[in-house]
Design a protein around this ligand. Sequence first.
Ligand code: HEC
Length: 304
Amino acid sequence: MRPWLKKTLVGVGGLVGTIAVGGGGFVWTKTSAYAASMTRVYDSPPPAMVASSDPEVIARGKHLVESLGACASADCHGADLSGGKTLEMGPLGTLTGPNITPAGIPLAYSDGELGRLLTRGLKKDGTSVTFMPVQEFGWLPDEDIVAIISYVRSVPPVEKPNGVMAIGVLGKFLDRQDSIVLDVARRIALAPREQPPAPAPTPEYGRFVARLCTGCHGETFSGGRIPGTPDSIPVPANITPHETGIGAWTYEDFERLLDTGVKKNGEKVDPFMPIEGIARANETERRALWEYLRTVPPKAFGGR
Ligand code: HEC
């Protein structure tokens, strides 16, 4: 080999090696920080919540579980709450919502511990729950959280083992980069809970309801690929009033999407968009959501 070539190759090799080792170290630091955070036991006592057997409370809980809570969608805990379908998210990991019927997770939890899980993202042992988007619905007022617990305690128990939950290195890394949320409690366990106004068809209430859309459509609602997801996961649309979003939509177009799953352009919406849950939102919630989405700053597609 010619000396200059050898020298160049050694130089390039050294550079590549430095990047690989340096990058590897960076990733290792991030994944260790993730692991440390996920084993942290938070000092947050369970609230004094008690499940009710009042049929009205249970009916309110059923409504929330099937609509705003999004608990009963196929990708989450499933229609009978016995566990969702497994989501293969490539290098992000594999996610399956567990069995939350009385024969599943709630068996081991007190009512207060379930209340803490649903408002603080903390499991029975005080560590963070993985991926369950408490940051999107934990704003529900205490009486709604009690209604959810009451309903979950009332459904028929289903004996079914929990599916796979495994977070990949990319998932841990992107969580630490704040690109996706897997370590839920780190964001919310100790933060003050914002109080929503009473339900009304207004943007003020809609701002809370719309938290539900942020995990997919992004914090600014402008959509774009969810970081780290493989091509098999569809790309969330822009739902801001921008021309690349839903600027030209009317409330009737929005209602049609919820009721029939058909977008303004006449195509069927991808089933990854949890239409069956959002469609069960009542008139007040739908209006509030729509009114709020009209007030968010228009933003070009993909800004998330
Ligand atoms: C689990 C992820 C997910 C959640 C949660 C979600 N969406 Fe979507 N949404 C999508 C995806 C993906 C698409 C694009 C599907 C397609 O084009 O077929 C979409 C499309 C849409 C569209 C159609 C836009 C268009 O241009 O045709 C609207 C409107 C919409 N979503 C509103 C909402 C609202 C409002 C919420 C919250 C209440 C919400 N979505 C929650 C994933 C989600």
